[in-house]
Design a protein around this ligand. Structure first.
Ligand SMILES: [Zn+2]
Length: 430
């Protein structure tokens, strides 16, 4: 199913021509209205009229999350404040957030891309959408809310948490698709199990859009099993409208990134140079249609790679592999670079292991991985535990190159969260 067949299947040369026109317009816009970019262009000796092809993108400056904070609150605004229609922020761990402005056209484009994404995965106006993302300054809930309304779905703005109420709404209004974080999805699956609800028998759920935190294929399977539905992977970030930047189609193999609105680069995070086609690296995005706050070559810090083969669904917009981590989240343990996602991948692929885990770093670079056992299937023999423990430690050593201490815990012993779950605790005295 297509929301806008013409643009979604536009042939590559026409798509690239459209991208070039939009890039040139964006560069002219920021050169005229944003002093930050004007100064960067002067430093690099580049003028808007020097952009003749998409390859000239590499002459333009990168924009980082630090640049957004340094220009807080309105330094990167490219329209008069009167023409801004909505403000979102992206939370930071410390200090000021990033302020992100939307014009009327930006608000509309964001909803349009979500509508396109939802329909791509089979959503129709008959669907009932229960949105379990946090409403508020964060883009996650509002942008998908308006996207689903555009499709014509009944939208239930439930927000996250309060699982009793979520269940009541899902039962009473026959919710068919939900949008939530992977950690809340796992929590909700456990909640249903504890309350004797069999989602396949008792609920109308068909699909879940899971995003906001990276997660592995193994977690995805656990969510599908636990909630009795199909999980569609999605990607977005507040700096680029929020959700709806890239979404899985019904083939469920990689996420189509909407290239009429964003230009993709994959770079080596250390050197800033492009990687070879299909190789993993940091995703860098340039907005092509944003009016209020266009961003050039934004360093997302997300690690992924491009699927170079065309998709069977007929869409020409290229696909990204699942995000495997953030270059910011990278841990350095005993000199080895480790992404928490690598650990999750090993744990979630192991039978006998439950849904919750915690990576704990202590003392002088000691890594302990605490992981809950699965609810069912464990007979309680010590030999069985010891065997599982050593299997896991060995598989982890193969994946992350160091051998962590593995602690198996009874189901339900680690703290659970209805929001974002903290997976790494770093108490190292280094
Ligand atoms: Zn496809």
């Amino acid at each position: 199913m297509f929301w806008d067949r013409k643009i979604e299947t536009l042939d590559r040369p026409a798509l690239e021509q459209l991208q070039l026109q939009r890039l040139q317009k964006t560069v002219r816009r920021v050169a005229a209205h944003v002093p930050f970019y004007r100064e960067k262009f002067a430093e690099l000796g580049v003028r808007p009229r020097d952009i003749h092809s998409l390859d000239d993108l590499r002459r333009l400056p990168f924009t980082t999350s630090a640049d957004l904070r340094a220009n807080y609150p309105t330094g990167l605004l490219a329209v008069p404040l009167d023409d801004a229609l909505r403000l979102h922020t992206s939370s930071g761990t410390t200090g000021k957030p990033k302020a992100l402005f939307f014009s009327r056209q930006d608000v509309d484009n964001a909803a349009e891309l979500c509508a396109r994404s939802f329909v791509m995965s089979g959503v129709t106006k008959k669907d009932v959408f229960q949105n379990m993302m946090t409403y508020g300054m964060f883009t996650g809930a509002l942008v998908t809310h308006y996207g689903a309304e555009k499709v014509g779905c009944l939208v239930i703005p439930a927000g996250p948490g309060n699982s009793e109420r979520q269940l009541m709404l899902m039962q009473d209004f026959r919710t068919t698709f939900i949008h939530l974080t992977p950690s809340y999805a796992l929590y909700l699956a456990t909640f249903l199990e504890k309350h004797g609800v069999n989602p396949r028998r008792d609920l109308a759920l068909r699909k879940a859009f899971v995003g906001a935190e990276p997660y592995t294929e193994g977690t995805c399977r656990k969510i599908e099993h636990g909630l009795g539905l199909d999980v569609y992977n999605s990607y977005g970030l507040s700096e680029m409208n929020g959700p709806g930047v890239a979404f899985e189609c019904e083939q469920k193999h990689g996420m189509h990134l909407w290239e009429d609105h964003f230009l993709i680069e994959i770079i080596n995070p250390a050197t800033g140079e492009p990687v070879k086609a299909g190789e993993p690296g940091e995703l860098v995005l340039t907005t092509l249609t944003r009016e209020a706050m266009p961003l050039l070559r934004y360093r997302t810090r997300d690690i992924t790679s491009i699927i170079t083969k065309p998709c069977r669904c007929g869409r020409t917009h290229r696909r990204l592999h699942r995000i495997t981590g953030r270059s910011d989240d990278m841990l350095i343990v005993r000199g080895v670079n480790i992404y928490p996602q690598q650990i999750e991948r090993v744990l979630m692929a192991q039978s006998g292991v439950g849904r919750n885990y915690l990576i704990s770093l202590e003392g002088l670079d000691e890594m302990t991985i605490k992981v809950e056992l699965a609810e069912a299937g464990f007979e309680g023999q010590v030999e069985q535990l010891v065997k599982l423990q050593s299997q896991l430690a060995e598989k982890l050593r193969t994946e992350i190159l160091i051998k962590p201490l593995v602690q198996l815990l009874p189901p339900g012993s680690l703290p659970v969260s209805e929001g974002k779950t903290k997976r790494v605790i770093d108490n190292r005295k280094l």
